[in-house]
Design a protein around this ligand. Structure first.
Ligand SMILES: [Zn+2]
Length: 109
């Protein structure tokens, strides 16, 4: 079960400020930047004894879960400029890899 936490409680690991001074956050999966209220921390309980003990793993995601849309969006929506210059197929593959990594963390006993 994936749970969404309040974005106001997240740390600024991927945070910063835009040119107008507004807070921005970066989605861990798409590496795209958004206003703070458009990125949330999502957590999932780990499997097995670790999960039963209450251990969770979390990641910052686009609050609307439209991470894949960044693949066809403007490159300037991606904070990592090198990644933003990649073709859509490569960007999509990187999103899949990051999601697989998150799921692997949840499934790790
Ligand atoms: Zn995203």
């Amino acid at each position: 079960m994936l749970a969404r936490a309040s974005s106001s409680s997240c740390q600024d690991r991927w945070g910063g400020f835009d040119q107008a001074g507004g807070a921005v956050h970066t989605c861990d999966v798409a590496r795209s930047t958004h206003s703070a209220d458009q990125v949330s921390v999502f957590t999932a309980r780990r499997v097995g004894p670790a999960g039963r003990a209450g251990n969770t793993v979390g990641t910052y995601l686009c609050a609307d879960l439209r991470c894949a849309a960044v693949v066809h969006g403007p490159a300037d929506a991606v904070r990592d400029r090198a990644e933003g210059s990649l073709p859509p197929e490569e960007r999509a593959e990187r999103i899949r890899t990051r999601l697989d990594s998150f799921v692997a963390d949840v499934l790790r006993p």
